[in-house]
Design a protein around this ligand. Structure first.
Ligand SMILES: *Cc1c(COP(=O)(O)O)cnc(C)c1O
Length: 364
């Protein structure tokens, strides 16, 4: 018998997640100087991590011989205060990706369906298939997420509906009214997983707490990987009704998030000046990229996150040519979007170089 024959069937049906290439790998492969390479491929924060978070992480590292507080009390306490919710309404994950998997452990099995948009974050499909469940993909309408169509795909077998707003990689962003109407239209056997990885970049993110108070079935996922600049540390959180959180907690390993990351996350939540700066700079950079794309005659999705999806024609060619010139972007062919690239908003200077290089590449 082969190992593949011994494996759980769900494991073998998963699509492979293709991460943005690290700078060192591109430098090695193309013989470039890593110092001259800019990575705008993974929606990372171009302003680095919050300095307060780095200091707290360094302090925690000096106590690395101790197991972390497996209940993440300090972090949940800080979150409870921030959101005016109960401590028992928060679960901490090893990145919000882990929380998606924990929801799979808690709610998915063969015969169950998960509803999501086409071209949505690949992890939704990956986790659905891992547990032997069936992904049901709803087409986008002109690159927008039509939540009535999403609701219409729900069947008696549906357990989870995944929605990201802003969505990645597309960037489409739904209004609070649309999201509220969706949640209120779902039958009681369905949970909405609202992935808000980019919510902090919005001027006003939808506030789902009234829906939780109403008893609607919804969990909001947030991450420290994007605006807080802590992607390498892997911390995210979910908030929901205490009853739902208690079930997800059962799926979690006791020390799923390392203590350095947890300490950094606590400090990051207090670093309002850093977050405000990143939000402001991102909005300006996104406008800069949008203006540049317009001047180049390129169609793009006007998203609310820290990236833009832009239609460049032959995505693979333009990606390759940009990379040759030291700019790493993200081709989105695996998402069924071969004509598009996803480009992270960088610093003003990085955006300028991206636009100039893109103009040059499109002329060739
Ligand atoms: C980046 C991102 C996340 C965050 O993942 P982490 O595991 O917290 O780093 C989650 N969802 C979407 C849609 C994202 O783009």
């Amino acid at each position: 018998m082969t190992y593949a024959e011994l494996a759980n069937p769900g494991i073998l049906t998963q699509p492979v997640y293709e991460p943005g290439k690290p700078i060192d790998q591109v430098a090695r492969e193309l013989g470039l100087d890593p110092a001259g390479i800019i990575k705008l491929a993974s929606n990372e924060n171009p302003f680095g991590p919050s300095p307060a978070a780095v200091a707290a992480g360094e302090r925690a590292l000096r106590e690395a011989q101790l197991y972390p507080d497996g209940g993440y009390y300090a972090l949940r306490q800080k979150l409870a205060a921030k959101w005016s919710l109960g401590l028992d309404q928060f679960v901490i994950g090893d990145g919000s990706n882990e929380l998606i998997e924990l929801l799979g452990h808690a709610f998915l099995a063969p015969g169950v369906e998960c509803v999501m948009h086409q071209s949505s974050f690949i992890v939704y499909k990956l986790v659905t298939l891992m547990f032997g469940s069936t992904p049901v993909e709803v087409p986008l309408v002109d690159m927008r997420q039509d939540l009535e169509r999403l609701a219409a795909a729900v069947t008696p077998r549906t357990r989870l509906v995944f929605l990201a707003s802003p969505a990645n990689p597309v960037g489409a962003t739904n209004t609070a009214e649309e999201i509220f109407a969706l949640v209120r239209s779902l039958p009681p056997h369905v949970i909405l997983v609202l992935d808000e990885a980019y919510a902090e970049f919005l001027d006003a993110a939808p506030d789902l707490r009234p829906l939780i108070a109403e008893g609607r079935k919804v969990i909001c996922l947030r991450t420290f990987s994007k605006i807080y600049g802590l992607a390498a540390l892997r911390v995210g959180y979910g908030y929901a009704a205490a009853e739902l959180i208690a079930i997800v907690q059962r799926a979690r390993q006791p020390f799923n998030v390392n203590g350095i990351a947890a300490a950094a996350a606590v400090a990051a939540l207090d670093d309002h000046a850093f977050v405000d700066k990143c939000r402001r700079e991102n909005a300006a950079g996104r406008a800069q990229l949008g203006d540049g794309f317009r001047k180049l005659g390129l169609e793009f999705v006007p998203g609310g996150g820290n990236f833009l999806l832009v239609k460049v024609g032959d995505g693979a060619r333009v990606f390759g040519a940009l990379q040759q010139r030291g700019l790493i972007t993200r081709p989105v062919k695996p998402y069924g979007l071969p004509e598009w690239l996803r480009i992270t908003v960088g610093t003003r200077a990085q955006n300028e170089r991206l636009l100039a290089t893109l103009a040059e590449v499109l002329r060739t």
